[in-house]
Design a protein. Structure first.
Length: 176
């Protein structure tokens, strides 16, 4: 029962897809941003503004470390988790890394709904910032075991496709 670990930029649907996958597999759903907020009693945006991004990244790596030994979970990660390869090493040890992709324009539209909760996009030109961050993160995305572009897909189809691909990988591993 490997974990299913959802990676991807803000607004690619990790939380919504993760909750649905957890139900489908009867796994526990864990969200790393939520783990950090519960531990610090602060919102992610507050941690960024009061303590800075570096502190947030440290808390994020601690959360990954604490989750590393778990199995049978769907773990939805913060978009920047990929920036530290140690995070991915730990998550991949017990987990299948599933990357959700989206076109920048679609991400832009989706994140506008909760713009105040996205500290990294508090910029004069958020779309340009999304494109810049995506380009910066591109090399890290290659670690994923499964990649899916969800730009033109509905939630049901995304969940079904991931489910099928995860079962394929688990089937291959169990007969190997
Ligand atoms: C971040 C993504 C956010 C949150 C923080 C930083 C990022 O999570 O961890 O604002 O660096 O991309 P979501 O991807 O769940 O929005």
């Amino acid at each position: 029962m490997k974990n299913i670990v959802l990676l991807g930029f803000m607004g690619t649907g990790k939380s919504a897809v993760g909750r649905r996958l957890a139900t489908a597999f009867h796994y526990q759903f864990i969200d790393t941003d939520q783990v950090i907020e519960e531990k610090t009693h602060k919102r992610v945006a507050e941690i960024f503004s009061e303590q800075g991004e570096e502190t947030f990244r440290r808390l994020e790596s601690e959360a990954v470390f604490d989750l590393a030994e778990r199995t049978g979970c769907v773990i939805s990660t913060g978009g920047g988790i990929v920036l530290d390869s140690k995070n991915l090493d730990l998550l991949q040890k017990n987990g299948i890394l599933v990357l959700l992709r989206c076109r920048p324009e679609v991400i832009f539209k989706r994140v506008q709904k909760r713009a105040g909760q996205r500290p990294l996009l508090q910029k004069a030109d958020p779309l340009a910032e999304i494109k810049r961050l995506l380009a910066e993160r591109e090399p890290f995305y290659r670690r994923a075991d499964i990649t899916l572009d969800t730009s033109d897909m509905n939630l049901d189809d995304v969940v079904q496709q991931i489910k099928r691909k995860v079962l394929e990988i688990e089937g291959r591993e169990s007969t190997a």
